[in-house]
Write a protein that binds this ligand. Sequence first.
Ligand SMILES: Nc1ncnc2c1ncn2[C@@H]1O[C@H](COP(=O)(O)OP(=O)(O)OP(=O)(O)O)[C@@H](O)[C@H]1O
Length: 258
Amino acid sequence: MTASVKRLSVKNLSYRLGQRTLLDNISFDLKAGECVALLGANGAGKSTLLKLLLRLIAPASGHIELAGMPLSTLKRREIARHIAYVPQHHHPHFPFTAWQVVMQGRLPVNGMVRSPSPQDISRVELAFEENGIAHLSARIYTDLSGGERQRVLITRALVQDTPVILLDEPVNGLDYGHQLHLLMQLKTLAAKGYTLLMITHQPEHALMAASRALVLHESRLIADGAPSEVVDSALISRIYQTQVQQIDLNSGHRVFIP
Ligand SMILES: Nc1ncnc2c1ncn2[C@@H]1O[C@H](COP(=O)(O)OP(=O)(O)OP(=O)(O)O)[C@@H](O)[C@H]1O
């Protein structure tokens, strides 16, 4: 996998709800090896954009290509072989264990087989170990804490073994240590050639983990570039309507102080 491989291509994408334009003429490409932070105030349209990329909803106009193919022509299973999704919330209707929830990530890989293959079982076992959640595997998913559930959903996305992973506020509910661990994990996955698109409300996380930042504001994509060039006090003031002081440390890190 090389960094020039285009995984997702979005051209002149617009989405409307009734009279309201939620996304207006958005264009960008996502390539192999990129970890992209998607920023924007509440209601800016970030989750809507992810839903369009997953074809859960259809655009008013514009075009999306996944691995060079028009998204609109792909079967759902083909999309699931290319894109995994970590939602903000997941509400199973049955008392599944964490193991069963993660195993659902293998469905697009093996189809509707009745029972998991030995390869599925070893893939899931490894993922539970690697993500430090082996102790949760037999627990009922809905009994878990918010942060524990989030770690299960991230593990489910990883066992899907897709080149693209979309994450809707993935650090939500995670404690400080697990937030940093996840951000470093995403960076490592990008270095291995995965394409990651993560919604975040924390500008520092874009600076820490992402190779690129996309910013939605008033229905439009107002910035697309290296986080160090895009995410600064002027952007924060513009999109969040709040003043912060920006401090650039000698180490190359940037912090914001209210
Ligand atoms: N099905 C729907 N019906 C009505 N309004 C909707 C629907 N889906 C989205 N919206 C509206 O569209 C706007 C964008 O929603 P979206 O969830 O994409 O925002 P977001 O940037 O992800 O916000 P947040 O940061 O709060 O999660 C919001 O004003 C939301 O209320």
